[in-house]
Ligand binder design. Structure first.
Ligand code: EPZ
Length: 417
């Protein structure tokens, strides 16, 4: 198995470019199931989850061709299965995003239930009750969700808690429903806005994406689109945190300040110099890091997907800080590994108390999920000596060429077998 070998400590300096957002590209790819014509998607990141989604689409009858970061998706018209099998869903939960579009377009969908995952239980009950509100008959059998509806009918649905995937599934399904759908208490993440933009280019009529209430006028059919995926705010945020941690000077070209506002506010509070320009975001830091707590929340709150990386940063702050995780139940698995590297962190339920600055020392550490892996890489950058991050297939699911970006910034990082 591949590992990342990091020789620390490092000071990151230089310029890197933003990659396309995995969590935006995944629903955009799923939306191609709704199209009757070709969809051309640009700025698609070359990461493992995208390859898995392309395999699923191929299986579901959408031919795809990849030319660098552009993906062409064509409906084949031949009879194809309406089923997302366990083998694919178990490696990537986002396969569940096929449910809404398949059902809306073909009247039937069978998708394996994703089950729990390393960071929490992650049910899909709200995706299902939302589809029921649009007239679908939903059954759970043999570990699969089976949904049917000759034609979905617009309706009103309120999410009891904002869900990113649930909002995306419903947005796609409602775009082909008969009549008007009103979705309330929707997730407001930038990835939702990006999906609505592409659906609109395909002919959907959507109002309010990025707000709590979204209204969708369903259409009889949707065409193709040319669309460019938004920059990945989580990857960009990870490199900005790395710059602060290593007392570096890094410009992330293409990064969008509005998408990263809650992180930028914290980076400013800890004493870093954050400059937002037309080109992107530049962060410089020297001297002490001030401790500042965070509470993860749905957008526009502090993103859970940057919690682990921010905690690695707080191990270098002078004093105590609290990190509270409110989105997922089990997203502190990086803590034990950070402690093995010398961090002083105590957990009490969803609270973590970090005391710093800790002199981290390089160690062999085990990645448990995508963002936890990123936090271990960041810790490795400031640790004395050699850090080996095992199981980096987690990292490869969502970070595009991480080691080459870090190398470009002057870090000594290599991938070894
Ligand atoms: C998306 O997951 C992201 N994945 C996650 O990124 C991200 O952590 C998460 O949103 C929150 O921002 C993709 O976009 C592919 P949710 P999703 O539904 O859609 C509960 C990463 O590292 N919930 O917004 O699955 C759920 O259990 C990943 O890139 C229900 O109770 O997240 C959680 O507590 C990991 N019932 C909360 O809502 C439901 O039906 C938010 O989950 C659905 C969700």
């Amino acid at each position: 198995m591949k590992k990342l070998l990091i020789h620390g400590p490092a000071r990151l300096a230089g310029t890197i470019s933003s990659s396309g957002a995995k969590n935006a590209a995944l629903p955009l790819l799923a939306a191609s199931l709704l199209a009757e014509e070709e969809v051309e998607l640009h700025n698609v990141p070359q990461v493992q989850d995208i390859r898995t989604m392309l395999r699923l689409l191929e299986h579901l009858g959408v031919e795809n061709e990849q030319l660098g970061d552009t993906v062409l998706l064509r409906p084949t018209g031949r009879a194809s299965p309406d089923e997302a099998p366990y083998e694919l869903v178990k490696t990537m939960r986002a396969s569940v995003l096929a449910l809404g579009p398949l059902l809306a377009r073909r009247g039937h969908a069978r998708v394996s239930l994703p089950g729990g995952c390393a960071i929490g239980v992650r049910p899909i009950d709200l995706h299902l009750s939302g589809l029921e509100a649009l007239g679908a008959a939903v059954e759970l059998q043999h570990g699969y969700v089976e949904a049917r509806a000759r034609r979905l009918v617009g309706g009103r649905f309120r999410f009891s808690t904002p869900t990113v995937g649930g909002t995306e599934n419903l947005l796609m399904a409602a775009s082909l429903a008969r009549g008007t759908t009103v979705l309330e208490n929707c997730a407001r993440e930038p990835e939702i806005v990006d999906l609505a933009r592409m659906l609109s280019a395909m002919g959907a009529v959507i109002e309010g994406a990025g707000e709590e209430t979204i209204t969708i006028e369903g259409q009889d059919s949707l065409g193709g689109a040319h669309h460019s995926v938004i920059p990945d705010r989580i990857q960009d945020g990870t490199y900005l945190i790395a710059a602060a941690m290593t007392r570096g000077d890094v410009l992330v070209e293409g990064a969008r300040p509005a998408d990263l506002a809650p992180l930028l506010e914290k980076l400013d509070e800890i004493g870093a110099l954050v400059e937002t320009t037309d080109r992107g975001i530049r962060l410089r830091h020297e001297g002490e890091i001030r401790p500042r707590g965070i509470v993860t929340e749905p957008f526009p709150g502090f993103p859970t997907d940057l919690q682990a990386q921010y905690m690695a940063l707080m191990t270098q702050a002078k004093g105590s800080s609290t990190v509270v995780e409110t989105v997922f139940e089990n997203r502190f698995q990086h803590v034990l590994e950070l402690v093995r590297m010398g961090a002083d962190i105590r957990i009490d339920g969803s609270y973590a108390r970090v005391h710093g600055p800790a002199q981290l020392s390089g160690a062999s550490v085990m990645a448990t999920d995508l963002r936890a892996s990123a936090s271990l890489v960041l810790a490795g950058l400031v640790a004395e000596g050699e850090t080996r991050v095992h199981r980096i297939y987690h990292l490869d699911r969502g970070y595009e060429r991480m080691e080459s970006k870090l190398q470009k910034l002057g870090a000594r990082v290599e991938r070894i077998d």
